[in-house]
Design a protein around this ligand. Structure first.
Ligand code: SF4
Ligand code: FES
Length: 248
């Protein structure tokens, strides 16, 4: 395949940045999107040019690092996959592909396609955990009976990989799907009840401090989420928040 790549290049956080055109040839349909970028970078390095900086780690849909906005969509045109799982067969020979970083005030660009998503880490630190007795008398989790429906919903929420596609897709740059998933995975389990009140209040407070916008129920986040996180999690977080606020 022969393609024209239009890639966002930005030297550093202060640089204005802009789109640069890169014609590329010899791309196989079975290559992943990141392998295609590897080919481009090898060519740039061989020409003595600066390679394109982009984030990646696991390359199998687990770590959530590969945050690219491709042709106006977070993680590109496929559904239920991350950028590293996107294949070039989703494009046609001769296509022009726009590649940009995730855009949000709370995700500042560090370089080229790499953004700083430590705002998500700070939200997690604010309450995305449970306290476990490690004195040696810890009760095995399997001894606590949990309703199957709740266990399934908690597991589904825990599938969130913190990629930030929901934020990048939302017109308000809202992080409610991410935070909703992180609150829900514990709110549905008995182990999550001890810190339940503080958790939702602290995580939502941190989310607001980081500069994420509000949810206006558009639902674009759910469509673009590579892990199928449901909007139901936002509704659950809102219920948790209301009940925690009433408790004071
Ligand atoms: S909710 Fe989905 S889109 Fe948002 S961070 Fe989690 S996995 Fe990514
Ligand atoms: S590189 Fe880990 S999810 Fe894409």
């Amino acid at each position: 395949m022969k393609l024209t790549l239009k890639i966002w290049r930005q030297k550093n956080a202060q640089d204005k940045g802009g789109i640069v055109d890169y014609p590329i040839d010899g791309i196989e349909p079975d290559m992943s999107f990141l392998e295609m970028l590897d080919v481009l970078n090898e060519q740039l390095i061989n020409k003595g040019e600066e390679p394109v900086a982009f984030d990646h780690d696991c390359r199998e849909g687990i770590c959530g690092m590969c945050s690219l906005f491709i042709n106006g969509e977070a993680h590109g045109p496929d559904r239920g996959v991350t950028t590293c799982q996107l294949h070039m067969r989703m494009f046609k020979d001769g296509d022009t592909i726009f590649i940009e970083p995730f855009r949000a005030k709370a995700f500042p660009v560090i370089k080229d396609l790499v953004v700083d998503r430590s705002s998500f880490d700070r939200i997690q630190h604010a309450g995305g955990f449970i306290s476990v007795n490690t004195s040696g008398n810890t009760i095995d989790a399997n001894t606590i009976p949990i309703n199957k429906d709740d266990a399934d919903k908690s597991f589904d929420a825990a599938a969130c990989i913190g990629c930030g596609a929901c934020v990048a897709t939302c017109k308000n740059s809202s992080a409610m799907l991410f935070v909703g998933a992180k609150v829900s995975q514990f709110a549905l389990l008995p182990q999550g009840q001890v810190e339940a009140t503080d958790r939702v209040l602290n995580m939502v407070h941190q989310m607001d401090l980081e500069g994420f916008g509000n949810c206006t129920n558009t639902g674009a986040c759910e469509v673009e989420c590579p892990k199928g996180i449901s909007l139901e999690n936002i509704a659950r977080m809102n219920r948790e928040y209301l009940s925690a606020s009433l408790k004071g």
